[in-house]
Design a protein around this ligand. Structure first.
Ligand code: ACO
Length: 464
């Protein structure tokens, strides 16, 4: 076969000359091309020279969901999914969780180096002194229904920040960028806590600048009359969870931030796009889905039936599987260690027993291991949040808090990358072409018309 012969020939050339290139033969024309290989990639634009005729658009690559496409160069986060390795700016996640704090990791992500003590002090001071939000944000929150999902509220209030800080539109100005980074990281816990207090019908709690980042967040959630001082084990566990969720290279929400930010919109709007992407149950919504799944399973005796349902594809094992980790998610291993310490402070949780047994059985089952399905970061994080007294609806909101530093770091990197321009993928058009308009009276019967579903939803609609 032509392709096989070519591969062998190309292999021979590679042995002899070891060129960093890929030889491609277009079997439609018999013409060969040499594409440069750099960093283990070929440039999709190099394919465009491959044409069957002068007026041919040229070859494109087709990669729905970007499963094998690098969309940027990045020096922020390194993941080896096969080996279960996660590093930020070269530092292993295990060391950061053991020795660092979330705010220090946020600095590392954004500026590329661990801060000196004076740099760290200024950073922590600046974040701590920008935690308050404009009073009108409270009014914005009051416009939501009492049972509004807090992630929907967070999405709206992060987007609204752009209207409070219009100078952030000057995306090339380093000072504006710094202020946007500070404000986003400082205010997102306040916005998150306000969303929670609204859903509980409780008065909003203002930030307390005497507390650290995690303590202040828990205080804004739970404080009633007197000062709220959470158990150290809880704040440390929360800070570790913040570190673990800070960045994860080109995941769905980060890609959304970069893509929306590539239009040169202000960073608040770009980060709001990240919040929206994170809302989805296949991404940030997974830990919420894990808790709902564990509650539905109810007791360990029901696990075999549940797993049978997963295998027959009636169910999905939430908190398992990952697009890049085809091994144990290193973040899940770190979290698992924290679960016991938190439960020591808060008391046992029967759902933990189900989670442990579920994990054990799934890891003993060829269905899951052959598909490289292992627990991901969300399998245990929900249990910690629940033990802290945080309602399930808030889990994704809490994920958005630390991920904000990753989004900001990735947004800044994108802005400084001379190769980036407005993100605009191509498509393979599959629809009709060149049809003549048909007047309504002449159109064929309703079975041919695609439109709204015939049946109304069974549940009564809320509101207008
Ligand atoms: N339960 C059951 N089967 C699964 C699961 C799961 N959680 N995840 C993947 N599979 C199966 C797929 O059905 C597929 O099987 P098949 O080859 O027989 O058709 C195979 O494993 C490969 O899965 P893909 O769909 O190719 O994996 P992909 O990389 O597209 O999906 C994802 C990754 C979305 C995370 C998926 O594993 C999933 O839905 N997990 C549950 C949701 C979850 O926990 N998300 C959190 C991810 S971590 C984060 O966002 C912070």
């Amino acid at each position: 076969m032509a392709t096989e012969e070519h591969t062998q020939e190309a292999g021979g050339v590679a042995m002899a000359e070891a060129r960093e290139s890929l030889s491609v033969t277009d079997n439609r024309t018999g013409q060969s091309y040499e594409l440069e290989i750099a960093d283990g990639t070929v440039r999709a634009m190099d394919l465009r020279q491959i044409k069957v005729s002068e007026d041919d658009f040229g070859l494109m690559s087709y990669d729905p969901a970007f499963t094998n496409t690098a969309s940027c160069r990045s020096a922020i986060t390194y993941i080896d999914g096969e080996a279960g390795i996660l590093q930020h700016r070269g530092y292993p996640i295990e060391q950061l969780c053991e020795h660092s704090s979330y705010l220090e990791v946020a600095y590392l992500l954004i500026f590329g180096e661990l801060p000196t003590q004076p740099q760290l002090d200024r950073w922590v001071y600046d974040v701590t002194h920008h935690t308050f939000v404009h009073e009108d944000i409270k009014k914005l929150n009051e416009g939501f229904r009492h049972d509004a999902h807090p992630m929907g509220m967070l999405l709206a209030s992060v987007g609204a920040l752009s209207t409070f800080y219009p100078d952030a539109k000057q995306t090339e100005d380093p000072e504006e960028r710094y202020m946007a980074a500070i404000r986003l990281i400082a205010k997102i816990p306040t916005l998150a806590a306000f969303a929670y207090r609204h859903s509980m019908g409780l008065p909003y709690v203002y930030p307390d600048n005497e507390l650290n980042y995690a303590e202040n967040f828990l205080s804004m959630l739970f404080k009633m009359e007197s000062r709220y001082m959470p158990d150290d084990r809880l704040t440390r566990a929360l800070d570790v969870l913040f570190i673990l969720h800070a960045d994860h290279e080109q995941n769905c929400s980060t890609n959304a931030v970069r893509s929306v930010g590539s239009s040169d919109v202000d960073p608040y709007s770009a980060v709001a796009a990240g919040v929206a992407a994170l809302y989805g149950p296949l991404h940030g919504g997974a830990n919420e889905a894990v808790l709902r799944m564990l509650r539905r399973i109810e007791t360990s005796e029901n696990i075999p039936d549940f797993l049978d349902g997963v295998k027959s594809r009636e169910e999905r094992l939430m908190g398992f599987g990952h697009r890049v980790y085809k091994n144990y998610d290193p973040r899940a291993q770190i979290i698992k260690k924290n679960v016991d310490e938190v439960l020591e402070a808060t008391g046992a949780n029967p759902l933990l027993e189900i989670a442990v047994e579920l994990e054990k059985r799934a890891l003993d089952d060829d269905y899951f291991t052959s598909r490289k399905l292992y627990p991901n970061v969300d399998f245990y994080s929900g249990l910690i949040y629940e033990a802290m007294g945080i309602p399930t609806d808030m889990f994704t909101v809490i994920f958005a808090i630390p991920r904000t530093s990753g989004w900001v770091a990735q947004w800044m990197e994108m802005k400084d990358d001379p190769e980036q321009k407005i993100a605009r993928p191509r498509q393979i058009y599959t629809g009709e072409r060149d049809r003549d308009y048909v007047p309504a009276a002449d159109r064929e019967g309703p079975e041919k018309i695609v439109g709204p579903p015939a049946k109304r939803p069974k549940k009564p609609r809320r509101g207008a």
